[in-house]
Design a protein around this ligand. Structure first.
Ligand code: BT5
Length: 259
């Protein structure tokens, strides 16, 4: 092992697998059985890796960090998106620390390098309006992938493709867990994103470009203004109206082929 994990809670218990359906699924089953906050599931490959909205996530063997963390935050359901934001920030910092590559966050939670996605995050929760049972934070980082299938070539990249070298997956996962614990604790302590928001905004590429908001009705162009304390993206529409987008899809000019 390259470096020792220096956390108090996250990763104190780690389950490693060669192959699973999805680390989120494995972690969810453990959480249902009462597993503690901080338990981590890591797999070498996933044969049913999941994206958001039922999409799939390519997780080739031995070439990425495919992991999930069980958390049990005592927060309001409407604050769950904040957990995703914190995770994005943690991964972005970890990639920068371990590779020195110019990683940025595409709001809310994709990590991009050179306009392409190197990491996706999937948070899944169980609970109801009165109480959260658990939140599974799933993190997929493309580390040493050399090439992608044609349909992903334009949108996906890996640390190896960008940096021209292999990186240590263990070191990246350790760094991610350390940053995640740091920001998570801060968030829970303060009860809002206040103390981490400036760091997030510094690295948020969505604030630096024009965006296309893909809402249910009709996509519209907007200028990003800020991110609020709950993690919502504040934009100004072309007609001058302000809007806060809580979650959802936003295309950023210059990223994933949006010109
Ligand atoms: C995400 O979804 O970005 C969340 C991905 C979360 C993956 C982790 S891995 C560990 C844990 N266990 C799981 O089963 N999942 C989590 P979304 O924003 O919906 O993006 C999915 C889309 O990204 C797909 O429809 C593809 O277009 C594209 N895609 C698939 N695999 C990719 C990859 N390896 N790298 C970049 N893009 C990919």
């Amino acid at each position: 092992m390259s470096k020792k994990l220096e956390t108090q809670v996250f990763g104190k218990e780690i389950y490693r697998y060669e192959e699973v359906t999805s680390t989120n699924e494995v972690a969810r089953n453990m959480a249902k059985e009462g597993a503690s906050e901080g338990l981590v599931v890591i797999a070498d490959s996933q044969n049913k890796g999941r994206g958001r909205l039922g999409r799939s996530w390519q997780s080739p063997k031995g070439q990425g960090v495919w992991m999930s963390v069980i958390t049990r935050p005592q927060i309001q359901v409407q604050d769950i998106p904040a957990i995703t934001l914190i995770t994005g920030l943690a991964v972005c910092k970890a990639i920068r620390q371990t590779t020195s590559l110019p990683a940025y966050i595409k709001w809310p939670n994709d990590i991009v390098v050179d306009g392409k996605k190197v990491c996706g995050i999937l948070t899944q929760m169980s609970g109801d309006a009165s109480k959260i049972n658990y939140v599974i934070i799933g993190i997929g980082i493309n580390v040493n992938i050399e090439s992608f299938p044609e349909e992903l070539e334009e949108v996906a990249t890996s640390l190896k493709i960008e940096g021209g070298q292999n990186y240590d997956r263990e070191e990246i996962s350790i760094s991610t867990l350390e940053f995640l614990e740091l920001y998570y604790k801060e968030y829970i302590k303060v009860g809002s994103l206040e103390n981490v928001l400036d760091k997030y905004k510094d690295l948020c590429i969505t604030l630096k470009n024009q965006v296309l908001v893909l809402d249910d009705k009709k996509p519209y162009k907007a200028t990003p203004l800020d991110i609020d304390k709950r993690g919502g993206l504040i934009v100004v529409r072309e007609d001058g109206g302000k809007e806060t987008i809580k979650f959802g899809e936003v295309s950023v000019r210059g990223i994933y082929g949006y010109a």
